[in-house]
Design a protein around this ligand. Structure first.
Ligand code: MN
Length: 751
């Protein structure tokens, strides 16, 4: 199909002048930012990319090559890892989008580049399709990183350019991409220390996910700019003069804050922009010699605090103890003119590059290729460690743990030998033990912090010296899950518990079978499931587990099974309620189902139904699960069955969304708790039926010791309707809580 001749240049390519110029600029940037540049390789990669994409047009209407060129430029400017990555950026979409094969790339450019492009092709498939399998995407992403770290580096650049040009995407895709960026790419970029990329991800996501707030913040900042600049200069001017007198070479500037962090602060504190954005921030970047960098930072600190009074409790020394992503800087907050607080960061140029570009910036400063390889190996070890999960744990937990660990602030603790370890804030001796070694974690029975015995759930603080006490007999307890915070400890504890749980389940099954045999009982799987349900177990497995671990007496199950086999029935009110609930779901379905959007397309000919485990209503985030018969069942994203379905049957999950269609009512349930006062029931029903013209389908109440509890099943049109209803009911005098009712077993063991 292709001859390799085009690479040597004998095949003529009509490359637009504009792109020739951009390529030349790219190569100049490479020389500026990279240790070594194989210009020939980059030019060849460009020519191949141009050739392969020559008939493709981007959504924006531009020739496609503009995209890989822009991605390569971001890679050089913001990541600056190496020239192979630049070539990979230029070719990142060719295998995915054109006829070109990976073999062709291998033949033309060698194994390394082919491996990177292959990794990029594999993950791009995952991201193009569906939002709901995000947990799977993380896994794929991590796996691809484990082969070559440049896969994720190019993907970072690719995603950034896609975010910058998101306007040309259809609306439903914008939201999906922006959500994915904020949930996945921003924390990952942060973990690698690509702070500038992370900030831009966040700000751009904000623009698409919360356009109103984005507008409000940008306009607000614009309005106050003049006044802010005047004030900042009152601090900068004297500082600048003093520092020059001391002979420093430096750059000093007012630092603008990340829009997204302002947005979060406003949301968290429920305050308007001007109250949140009250701290001024200044940065001093020193052009010191490497050997004198640290000393110079401290001298500058001394000059700063001679001029302005520091607030000692706000001082941080990240130079002596860098953050785990390599970040170094001195932070101080001083009292500026008029008593206003000013944050000042002091760092060298090298520290600054690392803060903006992550550890990849080391390239610029370390001359030798071996150093580069060690750094890469360190990254890969980290990634592999995250992946080290011999047992498939719940994928959603994986994402949660993962992003949790990334965003948490860090603490620094010491081992008895004085080794320094970095842990997320909230870490306990158990987290510490697993960090030291998996075996230490498994067997830890107690801990001493600064010489004193503490409980295993004790929250460690920076500077603590931690000593773990182990016992061969100890093994992880389910309680630990409640307080450990590191991904490693969580996954190991979960593994150990699952293992024990499986064994208990096995034992329970054996006990049951033996006892049932003696009673000459033989239950089919269906009958067993029914029995478990009658006993309020969510599953047969749970029943066996509780029998096996002695939590539940097998005799009770036997008694009920014998009764049942004699044809006697007695149903609890809870059972009846559930029965009603399911019936209503069925009847609501019959009244006509609204069209759903699958991948943004309206579907009218699909058979759909709504899962009774989570009762989705329009406005809920939902996904579809394709049955073997070809029907689609709609679940809420937060459904308790979702992790299982996503993890084990990801290929049957489809992304769906509600289309706008009125006049269909959905079943939903509310639980109302409050004081048992005269007229309560009447007030609740009045609010529901009069105010919002909602139909009540059934209502059960119980009163106990002055407490009113009502379970109401009603028909609503969408989530908004339900929310308004909840708000109204909450306002009734004496109502303490209104919850959306789901068919869930409250004593469900959370593992
Ligand atoms: Mn791309």
């Amino acid at each position: 199909m292709f001859e390799s001749s085009f690479i040597s240049g004998s095949r003529r390519l009509d490359v637009d002048e504009r792109y020739v110029k951009e390529l030349d600029e790219l190569i100049d940037l490479c020389r500026l930012n990279l240790v070594s540049v194989d210009e020939e390789m980059i030019r060849r990669a460009f020519r191949l990319g141009f050739w392969a994409h020559k008939d493709d047009i981007r959504n924006s209407g531009e020739p496609y090559i503009a995209h890989p060129l822009a991605v390569a430029r971001i890679y050089v400017e913001q990541i600056g890892f190496d020239d192979v990555g630049v070539a990979a950026a230029l070719l990142h979409d060719v295998v995915e989008d054109t006829e070109l094969s990976i073999e062709f790339i291998r033949d033309s450019f060698g194994d390394t580049l082919a491996l990177i492009i292959d990794g990029l092709t594999k993950i791009s498939g995952a991201f193009e399709s569906r939002d709901i399998t995000q947990a799977e995407n993380v896994r794929k992403l991590m796996l691809s990183m484990a082969s070559d770290i440049r896969v994720i580096f190019v993907k970072f650049a690719d995603r950034l350019h896609n975010m910058r040009t998101l306007d040309s995407m259809p609306l439903h895709k914008r939201h999906r991409i922006a959500n994915e960026t904020i949930a996945l790419f921003a924390p990952l970029a942060h973990r690698f220390g690509f702070f500038a990329i992370k900030s831009e991800y966040e700000d751009l996501s904000l623009k698409y996910l919360h356009p109103e707030e984005y507008e409000q913040i940008t306009v607000g900042l614009q309005d106050g700019r003049k006044e802010r600049e005047l004030y900042i200069n009152k601090v900068i001017d004297p500082l600048e003069n003093k520092l020059r007198d001391h002979g420093f070479e430096f750059e000093i500037y007012g630092r603008s804050k990340n829009l997204y962090s302002i947005f979060q602060k406003m949301k968290r504190q429920g305050k308007p922009l001007d109250e949140v954005y009250d701290v001024f921030a200044i940065r001093i970047v020193l052009n010191s010699q490497e050997s004198k960098g640290k000393e110079d930072c401290w001298r500058v600190y001394s000059v700063v605090t001679d001029l302005f009074k520091p607030l000692p409790e706000r001082f941080r020394d990240f130079i002596s103890v860098p953050k785990s992503n390599g970040y170094q800087s001195l932070h101080t907050t001083v009292v500026g003119p008029d008593g206003r607080k000013v944050e000042i960061q002091i760092r060298t140029r090298e520290m600054h590059d690392i803060a903006e570009k992550g550890v990849a910036a080391h390239w610029k400063y370390k001359e030798s290729v071996e150093d580069a390889d060690t750094e890469m190996e360190r990254f890969l070890t980290w990634v592999r460690d995250l992946l080290e999960n011999p047992e498939p744990e719940k994928a959603t937990d994986f994402v949660k743990d993962f992003s949790l660990n990334l965003y948490d602030k860090e603490i620094y603790v010491f081992s008895p030998r004085g080794d320094l370890m970095t842990l997320p804030r909230g870490a306990t001796p158990v987290d510490f033990a697993f960090m030291v070694h998996t075996e230490v974690g498994y067997h830890c029975i107690g801990a001493k912090v600064n010489g004193k015995m503490v409980p295993l759930s004790y929250e460690l603080g920076s500077g603590d010296q931690v000593e773990v006490i182990t016992s061969k007999k100890q093994s992880p307890s389910a309680d630990w899950i409640k307080f450990v915070v590191t991904q490693k400890a969580r996954s190991r504890v979960r593994q150990a518990i699952n293992e024990r749980r499986r064994k208990a389940e096995e034992t329970g099954r054996e006990i049951w079978e033996k006892r049932a045999e003696r009673k000459k009982l033989s239950l089919s799987k269906q009958e067993l499931a029914h029995l478990a349900k009658r006993l309020k177990f969510p599953s047969i497995e749970q029943m066996f587990y509780e029998i096996g671990s002695g939590l539940f007496d097998v005799s009770e199950a036997l008694k009920l099974a014998v009764l049942h086999s004699q044809g006697e029935h007695e149903e609890g009110s809870e059972d009846r309620l559930k029965l009603h609930f399911e019936q209503f779901v069925d009847s609501a379905q019959e009244s006509g189902s609204p069209a759903l959007l699958i991948d943004g397309e309206v579907q009218t000919d699909l058979v759909t139904s709504y899962a009774s485990c989570c009762n989705p209503i329009p406005g809920d985030e939902v996904f579809g699960f394709l049955s073997r018969a070809g029907a689609v069942k709609i679940h809420r994203v937060g459904c308790k069955n979702a992790p299982n379905l996503i993890l084990n049957q990801a290929d049957r999950i489809i992304a769906v969304d509600w289309s706008r269609q009125k006049d269909i009512r959905f079943v939903s349930g509310l639980r109302v708790m409050g004081e048992d006062r005269v007229g309560m029931l009447n007030d609740v029903t009045t609010v529901i039926s009069k105010n919002l013209k909602t139909n009540i389908r059934s209502l059960t109440i119980s009163t106990d010791d002055g407490v009113f509890e009502g379970t109401i099943i009603l028909l609503v049109s969408d989530l908004d309707h339900l929310r308004r209803l909840i708000e109204r009911i909450k306002r009734i005098e004496g109502v303490h809580g209104v919850y959306r009712f789901e068919q869930q077993y409250e004593d469900d063991v959370q593992l």
